[in-house]
Design a protein around this ligand. Structure first.
Ligand code: NCD
Ligand code: ZN
Length: 344
């Protein structure tokens, strides 16, 4: 196959940041995707509908002239989020979901939830008005091994949450384990996003010939058997699994340091990365539904009607793209890809 034409996809988990960083990365997303679920972990986080409206305006203002893109906003859940905030979100029409970060789990999560049970009144309201809950599904207990934090979250927090709120629609974000795949498959109202890094790389990539900070994201890359389980889920055609890049830009200097930030930058070449992953298991024909149908169906939004085309061309992922301060290193920098989006 030399050309791959798909219904235009959407990115159901994206970090755009703000200010000059937002301006630097947004064109990459807009080139490929019509819409994206925008993560609220700014400093300070997007906690209210008013915060989300202001952030949405800044995103709209940063869209390159003549292009179209719809940011789908989320609220950052804290111990102080109220049921009234949920009703306001539902009434807003542009807030599409609420994001749960366990306090301290990842980048800019200090104001996240300290105990998930504290949010039961909020979850009740979300279940009632049918707003999806997006989960960063990792425990933060320092006693729990980093590589087990997703599995333990599912057992200790997600399974009980599902029993308390059986109708609450949940997206387990950026799943990384076969345990997560099994849990999603077994529970009606749960879906999951899958990133390109977790489809293409296992944890060996973190240590190949030395420590490789640009493969460090959270949840961390896992063993090969888990990568295989994710590939199987993504290419299964099951509508519970859909595209969410978790593209999370950090400056080169904040990653190449003694205590580097978590996050992989994939917005530059996301569709080429996913095409590579799907082709590796001979499942390119399943890419369109994963990238363009399952997400809007879950969010009860119309599917896009225009198309994108990727061509079979070998090209090298650049070592760096322009970004404020010290530049931005894309996922897999220096490696070759065999699919490419039409040029800018
Ligand atoms: C994200 C970021 O940098 O905002 N980092 C990451 O490793 N995925 C936060 C998150 O989604 O965990
Ligand atoms: Zn994320």
């Amino acid at each position: 196959m030399q050309k791959l034409t798909l219904t235009r996809p959407d990115d159901w988990h994206l970090h755009l940041r703000d200010g000059a960083a937002l301006k630097a990365v947004l064109p990459h997303t807009v080139h490929q995707f019509a819409r994206a679920i925008i993560m609220p972990n700014l400093k300070p986080p997007v906690r209210s509908v008013a915060d989300a409206a202001a952030y949405r305006d800044r995103i709209l203002a940063a869209i390159p002239a003549g292009q179209r893109f719809e940011p789908l906003m989320t609220l950052y859940l804290t111990d102080n989020t109220s049921p009234e905030d949920i009703l306001a979100a539902k009434a807003s029409e542009f807030v599409k979901a609420v994001k749960y970060y366990p306090a301290g789990a990842t980048t800019n999560s200090d104001l996240g939830v300290t105990d998930i049970r504290k949010c039961d009144r909020v979850f009740e309201a979300m279940q009632q008005v049918d707003i999806p809950l997006l989960l960063h599904g990792e425990v933060t207990d320092p006693e729990v091994d980093t590589f087990d934090r997703e599995k333990v979250f599912i057992e200790q927090h997600l399974a009980p949450l599902k029993s308390r709120f059986p109708k609450l629609r949940v997206v387990l974000e950026h799943i990384t384990t076969s345990d997560a795949v099994q849990f999603v498959l077994a529970n009606d109202t749960i879906a999951a996003t899958i990133t390109p890094q977790h489809l293409l790389f296992n944890r060996n990539s973190l240590f190949k010939g030395g420590i490789r900070p640009h493969f460090y994201c959270l949840p961390i890359l896992k063993r090969e058997e888990h990568r295989q389980a994710l590939l199987q889920a993504a290419t299964s055609g099951n509508p519970k699994f859909f595209l969410g890049t978790d593209s999370a830009p950090h400056t080169r200097s904040s990653k190449e340091t003694s205590c580097g930030c978590a996050g992989c930058y994939s917005a530059l070449h996301a569709m080429a990365l996913y095409a590579e992953a799907f082709e590796s298991v001979d499942a390119l024909e399943k890419l369109e539904a994963f990238a363009s149908f399952h997400g809007p169906d879950f969010y009860q939004l119309p599917r896009n009607t225009d198309q994108i085309t990727l061509t079979k061309t070998t090209w090298r992922i650049p070592d760096e793209v322009p970004f404020p301060e010290s530049g931005l290193v894309p996922l897999g920098a220096g490696q070759e890809l065999t699919w490419q989006m039409a040029r800018y």
